[in-house]
Write a protein that binds this ligand. Structure first.
Ligand code: C5P
Length: 396
């Protein structure tokens, strides 16, 4: 049967967790970007790199645990000299699952002949994760959250294209509704010149002047205090493209049956994903040209890791957690269900931002958000019998 945790299907636990994580991430990321003075803002590219390092390390630990469990259940040996020995290496300094023989098995799985496939989603996710910071710096919490729902459209598009999924007419109608809802929210927020949090208005004004003068950071990291809705929407749109493509590509790799032998497990795939992310995540840091005045190269690179206060670290860790949960969701549900979970998070973070940042509730926002939610419901409602070929088991 389906894997469970505390008697509940892992699928549902992961979807609900993802909704909560998404809501929390949107808020903490936005706050971490707007709450400091401009020269104290942490570097988004460093945050993305740290996220990949954390995610990769945790994925390795999960993969090692699985190998350990498999080996304990099989009469396999820790000692290569005595293959019959099943002792738990009492003299080892390592916890059993960190034993070198496990590491060897893992590295064989990670550096498999098809590991290169993960380079595609890895690069796309690194781009997306950087774009997300641009969007979070230029759009308020609620607008970002709603417009980011366009990724349901791109995900559907790529699912049809790459996974041969078939979408009923109802689902396509839901997608059009979704675009409409997102559009309504977008119009109201780009026509309103100031929709920044009321409580931080004065602080934002003050730092705006400072931002216009030269800031020693490339554009991606500096679009913080003065919010540029158009830039934000552009970033969201591109992030939606990469989200759809990367997610579906990852699902394709996870669920495609491998030709020979058992398919690598989720955590091995995730480790591969993180490994391939390291290089593109490092590029903007290693090729940085900005930094403290008169600083040498090493100092410039090191300065990319300053300013990581508690909010910044909280943002990185929340994103790490989200990446791990996303992987579980793609494994046990699919990218389309993931869309449902994240639109649930709109409601959560909208209510939270009204309470925390005193955002005004506009009619357009409520109408747009309602359409987005209705569309999400319609999209995920069980398909009508006419679009299905399966035999109904219910009487009547
Ligand atoms: O916005 P979206 O839901 O597409 O974001 C997915 C996030 O999950 C990205 O930050 C990506 O880096 C992360 N992810 C991951 N591991 C996976 C799949 C996605 O860390 N296997």
């Amino acid at each position: 049967g389906a894997p469970t945790l505390w008697g509940i299907e892992l699928k549902w636990i992961s979807l609900v967790t993802l909704a909560l994580q998404n809501a929390f991430l949107t808020i903490i990321m936005h706050y971490s970007r707007i709450s400091t003075s401009p020269n104290k803002t942490y570097s988004a590219s460093s945050a993305v790199l740290l996220n990949e390092l954390f995610k990769g390390s945790i994925s390795i630990l999960f993969a090692l645990r699985r190998i350990d469990a498999e080996q304990l259940s099989a009469p396999h040996s820790y000692s290569e000299k005595d293959p019959k020995s099943t002792e738990r290496c009492p003299t080892s300094r390592f916890p059993t699952f960190l034993h070198p023989s496990r590491l060897r098995i893992l590295s064989k799985e990670v550096f498999s002949t098809d590991c290169y496939k993960l380079s595609v989603p890895a690069i796309l996710y690194v781009i997306q994760n950087n774009l997300q910071y641009v969007a979070a710096s230029n759009l308020d919490v609620a607008t970002f959250q709603v417009t980011y729902q366009m990724k349901i459209l791109t995900t559907a598009f790529f699912s049809v294209l790459m996974l041969n999924k078939r979408l009923s007419r109802t689902k396509w109608a839901a997608l059009v509704l979704l675009a409409l809802g997102v559009g309504i929210v977008q119009i109201q927020s780009s026509s309103a010149p100031s929709h920044q949090p009321a409580d931080s208005g004065i602080r934002l004004e003050k730092v705006a002047g400072a931002l216009r003068s030269d800031i020693p950071e490339p554009p991606v990291q500096t679009l913080t205090r003065v919010m540029h809705p158009f830039r934000g929407f552009l970033a969201v749109t591109l992030a939606c493209m990469t989200s759809g493509l990367a997610g579906v590509y990852f699902e394709f790799i996870l669920k495609a049956s491998s030709g020979t032998g058992p398919a690598p497990d989720l955590w091995v795939r995730n480790t591969q994903l993180s490994l391939f992310s390291l290089l593109p995540a490092l590029v903007p840091i290693l090729f940085t040209t900005k930094g403290p005045e008169g600083a040498g190269y090493v100092e410039r690179v090191m300065s990319k890791f300053s300013n990581f206060n508690g909010w910044a670290m909280g943002t990185v860790l929340t994103q790490t957690f989200g990446g791990l949960i996303t992987a579980v969701v793609i494994r046990y549900s699919d990218n389309i269900m993931k869309g449902f979970a994240t639109s649930l998070s709109i409601v959560i973070s909208f209510l939270a931002s009204v309470m925390l940042f005193a955002y005004p509730i506009t009619a357009a926002f409520i109408i747009g958000s309602s359409i987005v939610l209705a569309a999400t419901y319609l999209y995920n409602a069980p398909s009508t019998p006419s679009t299905r070929t399966t035999v109904a088991v219910t009487p009547g």
